[in-house]
Design a protein around this ligand. Structure first.
Ligand code: PLP
Length: 378
């Protein structure tokens, strides 16, 4: 198989050594059902509790506040289905949410809820002020993404939740933390949220594993009912390999992330393109160093991505989970002109990405867009 430089880590990451070791151990030697009563099964159950403790410690939370799910899409759906206490209140979400939040909100709208969207600024950030203007004393539920999967724009969730609580102290606050967890500070004692979603496969875990933080004292009814696993909060035999791999992998990822400087990589790309292309950087305010979103005027993102693939570099086109949708809802909400929006690509890093890879990929991108422009003009 051809070897590629992989720069689409916001879509998914390669499984870490910790994940592979857990898969091997808990699929084979310790394959037991954690709900069984014999000693080796109890050992597995104990390891699951340790995994909850590990995730909790990365969040400044307790293990009782962690529920494992089948993915962050489930965590987000769960938050909307079971997190709304005041059924008569309105729902406030940002216009920059991942599809799993956005569609959950639209489903509630179709059921008659008053759903309001907070507009981002031109950098894709959601400000506490704009959020405060959108909520009112009847707001029941607020969901604001922590770090945008499209642009990497970071929202100040702590300031947003304080602003919300001044106007509607009883509103439930949820944040989708998928692109933030292990990459930027995610201390639940500071963010002021009730619910927070995470996904394993963005930090070296397996696909099909997620988690939802539920603040202690928040009465969350189960979304999936059945055998009563996870203290009756989420039924279904636990994905032992995936959960333990997720916890060990997240811990390792976070310690590597402490030394990672993605802004240096963003600069390498931007410098390589300056003077060679007509482009904008989407999300140039307070941004994650893991994601670089670029839009090229009058070019097509998918053509650029194919040219990059031919040069041995894999990049994204915005959210992989919504790649079938032609218009980019998030960029549109930010006011990115259509002549640019259609030429959008997303480059995303992980702590293992090397400068050598980035130098090669940046040159490949500059060459690809120059070639494309020549073809169009000639
Ligand atoms: N939320 C964000 C911000 C994401 O980037 C993604 C995946 O791309 C999800 C939710 C969905 O995660 P999962 O693939 O675990 O369902």
């Amino acid at each position: 198989m051809k070897k590629y430089i992989y720069l689409d880590n916001a879509a998914t990451t390669k499984a870490s050594d910790e994940t592979k070791a857990a898969a091997e151990l808990y699929a084979d030697m310790l394959f037991y059902n954690p709900s069984a009563a014999y000693a080796p099964a109890l050992e597995v159950k104990h390891k699951l509790m340790e995994a909850a403790q590990t995730i909790a410690s990365l969040l400044g939370a307790t293990k009782e506040e962690i529920i494992f799910t089948s993915c962050a899409t489930e965590s987000n759906n769960y938050a909307f289905e079971c997190g709304i206490k005041n059924k008569k209140g309105n729902i406030v979400v940002s216009a920059t949410e991942h599809a799993s939040v956005y569609e959950s909100a639209l489903r509630l709208k179709s059921k008659g809820y008053d759903v309001r969207f907070v507009r981002p600024d031109k950098n894709g950030s959601i400000s506490p002020e704009e959020t405060a203007r959108t909520v009112d004393e009847n707001t029941a539920f607020v969901s604001i993404i922590h770090c945008s999967n499209e642009t990497g724009a970071i929202n100040d969730i702590s300031a947003i939740s304080s602003a919300v609580k001044k106007i509607c102290p009883k509103a439930v606050i949820h944040s989708d933390g998928v692109q933030a967890f292990c990459k930027i500070p995610t201390d639940m004692t500071k963010l002021g949220v009730d619910l927070y979603s995470m996904s394993a496969h963005k930090v070296g875990g397996l696909k099909g594993v997620g988690a939802l933080y539920v603040r202690k004292g928040f009465n969350m009814q189960p979304f999936i009912v059945g055998g009563g696993q996870q203290n009756n909060r989420r039924s279904g035999t636990e994905n032992v390999c995936g959960i333990i791999g997720f916890a060990n992998s997240a811990k390792a990822y976070k310690s590597k992330a402490a030394q990672f400087d993605g802004n240096k990589f963003r600069e390498i790309f931007i410098n390589a393109l300056n003077g060679k292309a007509d482009f904008t950087v989407n999300g140039n305010g307070k941004n994650s160093g893991y994601i670089l979103s670029l839009s090229f005027r009058n070019l097509r993102g998918e053509v650029i991505a194919h040219m990059m693939e031919d040069r041995g570099v894999l990049i994204g086109l915005g959210s992989a989970c919504s790649a079938h949708v032609r218009t980019n809802r998030v960029l549109e909400a930010m006011g990115v002109d259509r002549s640019y929006a259609e030429g959008s690509i997303r480059i995303s890093f992980c702590p293992q990405t090397t400068e050598e890879e980035v130098n090669y990929a940046a040159k490949a991108l500059a060459d690809s867009v120059s070639e494309l422009k020549e073809k169009i003009q000639g």
